[in-house]
Design a protein around this ligand. Sequence first.
Ligand code: SF4
Ligand code: SF4
Length: 81
Amino acid sequence: MPPIINKDKCIGCMNCVTICPMDVYGKQEKDAKTPVIHYPDECWHCNACVVECPAKALSIRVPLPAMMVFVDAPKKKDAQQ
Ligand code: SF4
Ligand code: SF4
């Protein structure tokens, strides 16, 4: 399942595009503010884009079978602070 971008919160920093190891986000349309999800099926729910989004504009939906091994990094990070 692909990440969900809250376009109202997105500030267009493109951190998610840079950090995604699977290139889920592709090149942007000229002058587009928010990233475009080009390869939604390639997301492996690593959470890296969610952690690196400074505007908290990203969320991912983890498929039920993947929940067995999923670590919610942002929540874990908050709990450690
Ligand atoms: S969760 Fe990981 S694989 Fe999926 S879009 Fe974000 S950085 Fe890419
Ligand atoms: S990291 Fe967050 S704020 Fe930056 S472009 Fe991606 S969704 Fe938008």
